[in-house]
Write a protein that binds this ligand. Structure first.
Ligand code: GRF
Length: 200
């Protein structure tokens, strides 16, 4: 499975994917890592793993559509079959979604459709939920709303703080994302006519 990873930050999920490939748990190849920020630590991780990196400048990002067109072109040029968002804090728009229909994945640190948005872990913690979790879904034009591929629950313990809950969520993400990518690599994931994801 040839993938392109989009990120904006620390890239711990990129690292989990790199590690899963190295360990033989994931039959994939990361063709390119594209960052919306030139200082994202994820770029360092990619370079250390010998992966091609692209960081788009703020000027390019000032124009959303232009940025998305540039990213789509790079993903196609790199031969990507799937696009994997891993802490990418930008919306993907039509130029990417149309180049990769039902092939753009996102990772969200809550059980969608609960706690959409950029502060999901904190929002869940402050709401006092006893169970939250992690969602992998296909991206579409509506933020955090595409077909759900997989979810894992994470219990909020009595003594959890926001920090310990964050750790649990991230550890769960690091397991779930490579697992889902392997299902895709094995051609076991399809989006049905009902727009629901079916796993065989
Ligand atoms: C993850 O919690 C992911 O769910 C969210 O952003 C975070 C990215 O972390 N979308 P990292 O950059 O992979 O460490």
């Amino acid at each position: 499975l040839k993938i392109g990873v989009l990120l904006s930050g620390s890239g711990s999920n990129l690292q989990a994917i790199i590690d899963a490939i190295a360990a033989g748990r994931l039959n994939a190849e990361i063709r390119v890592v594209i960052s919306s920020r030139p200082d994202a630590y994820g770029l360092v991780r990619a370079k250390e793993a010998g992966i091609q990196t692209i960081a788009l400048s703020k000027d390019v990002y000032a124009d959303y559509d232009m940025a998305n067109e540039a990213i789509a072109a790079e993903l196609v040029r790199a031969g990507c079959e799937y696009v994997v968002m891993a802490g990418y804090m930008r919306m993907v728009t039509d130029s990417i979604l149309m180049a990769f229909p039902d092939r753009v994945l996102n990772l969200h640190p809550a059980l969608l459709p609960s706690f959409k948005g950029a502060h999901a872990i904190q929002d869940a913690f402050e709401a006092g939920v006893k169970v939250t979790g992690v969602t992998v879904h296909f991206a579409n034009a509506e933020y955090d709303k595409g077909p759900i591929v997989a979810q894992r629950a994470v219990e909020v313990a009595e003594d959890d703080t926001l920090e310990t809950l964050e750790e649990k969520i991230h550890a769960t993400e690091h397991e779930l994302y490579p697992y889902v990518l392997q299902l895709i690599a094995e051609n076991r994931v399809t989006v049905g006519a009902d727009r629901k994801v079916h796993i065989s």
